[in-house]
Design a protein around this ligand. Structure first.
Ligand SMILES: [Zn+2]
Length: 399
């Protein structure tokens, strides 16, 4: 017997697709077995009353680093006393400090931490996240991270899309021979991860001092051979030619892009690479170097938004807050920001036919807001009046 629920008394439904944001006033959504069965048809099934408020698709957060042990509040405190993120990293902080924590933690400890974090994503209306490994930086610890993601994905209502990111930093033990670490990624990690089937994507931090364009090309091409789809951290601090490579290699997404060049923009446009913008990182680091979002959109690039949630440079899990930042500091319209946080972010994961929109046959991932219209989302900048979050047709927040 199929399970049918009706979402009734919706004041306005907003959903984005390739053509932009659509809205439907005074409507009803019928959910059957976790999928959207109809929009606008009333029937006699049991229903959830939205009290005339707004309903949207759940957010898709397409760039997160949620598998780590301890937070890095100590570094935040160092930054407040004047050190930069780069200086802290040079003094043994940054990614490397999270690596020690992750390597020493058990799988169960990491599962408990990740479960708490995904609960908070759901509370903020995010129903699908991409999650990267990348604080292990040795074969066992990268596999441990991906196994943690896999187990939480199976036992928790949120959907998690796993990304292998062994190329997040050069671990300390390879400081003097980084090329050997790249060999380890290509010759051992990627084949084993592919064999275990625990990652869909392969991501590289292509940046000065991390992985250069040639290293990145090799790592992503090896991933492609083993069935891992490419995505990239590109041109965050300086223009290193990363966005050009993202186009050349056919990456699903090039992320950050604060220092993208004209040629980088051309390469993304010509190869239909999504530009994922992470204004939370700029904000959290107290900088004002936001990505040139207007220029990217006006050049014809599909822009996605994500939190970049991680313990060092963006302790942010709220997509509504990211939408506020995008509107305030990157001059996106609220419709552009909403589409970027739902449909486009789903598209950057190859999931635009399953999540990120409210359309027939798609997953019933919905936010029932205590708000009336789209502009209320960025306007309520520091709180998110949400009545209920629905994932696969089930209420997962707000009984
Ligand atoms: Zn990142």
């Amino acid at each position: 017997m199929s399970n049918i629920i009706q979402i009734d008394n919706i004041g306005c439904l907003y959903t984005a697709n390739e053509d932009g944001v659509q809205s439907y006033k005074n409507t009803t959504i019928t959910i059957e077995d976790g999928l959207i069965r109809s929009i606008g048809e009333k029937n006699e099934d049991k229903s959830i009353d939205c009290n005339g408020k707004m309903v949207t698709a759940g957010f898709v957060d397409s760039h997160t680093h949620p598998v780590f042990f301890e937070n890095r509040a100590n570094e935040y405190s160092m930054r407040l006393s004047g050190l930069t993120y780069e200086e802290i990293a040079r003094n043994g902080g940054g990614i490397i400090s999270s690596v020690n924590g992750l390597r020493n933690a058990s799988e169960d400890e990491l599962i408990a931490k990740l479960e708490d974090r995904v609960d908070r994503f759901l509370q903020n209306g995010t129903t699908t996240i991409e999650a990267k490994s990348g604080y292990g930086l040795d074969t066992d610890s990268e596999l441990k991270s991906l196994s943690v993601i896999d187990q939480v994905n199976q036992n928790h209502s949120i959907d998690i899309i796993p990304t292998f990111m062994g190329a997040h930093a050069i671990p300390i033990e390879y400081k003097n021979n980084p090329e050997n670490y790249i060999d380890l990624i290509c010759d051992e990690m990627i084949p084993e991860i592919s064999k275990q089937g625990v990652a869909l994507f392969n991501d590289v931090f292509c940046e000065e001092g991390y992985f250069n364009v040639d290293d990145t090309r090799r790592i992503l091409n090896t991933g492609i051979e083993y069935g891992l789809k490419p995505r990239m951290h590109a041109d965050e601090f300086v223009d290193s030619g990363a966005a050009e490579l993202a186009g050349e290699i056919g990456a699903f997404s090039a992320d950050h892009l604060m220092a993208i060049s004209e040629r980088g923009i051309e390469s993304l446009v010509n190869n239909n690479v999504i530009g994922t913008l992470l204004p939370g990182t700029t904000f959290f680091l107290g900088k004002n170097t936001y990505a040139p979002a207007r220029k990217l959109i006006d050049s014809g690039i599909d822009v996605a938004l994500a939190t970049d949630f991680n313990p060092g440079s963006s302790n942010i899990q709220s997509m509504p807050f990211i939408i506020s930042l995008a509107c305030l500091f990157m001059e996106l319209t609220v419709e552009e920001a909403f589409k970027a946080a739902t449909y486009n972010s789903a598209k950057s994961l190859g999931l635009e036919n399953k999540v990120g929109s409210v359309e027939l046959g798609m997953k019933a991932d919905l936010i029932i807001w205590d708000l009336d219209s789209l502009i209320d989302i960025p306007y309520y900048i520091s709180n998110h009046p949400i009545q209920k979050v629905i994932k696969n047709g089930k209420i997962v927040f707000g009984a």
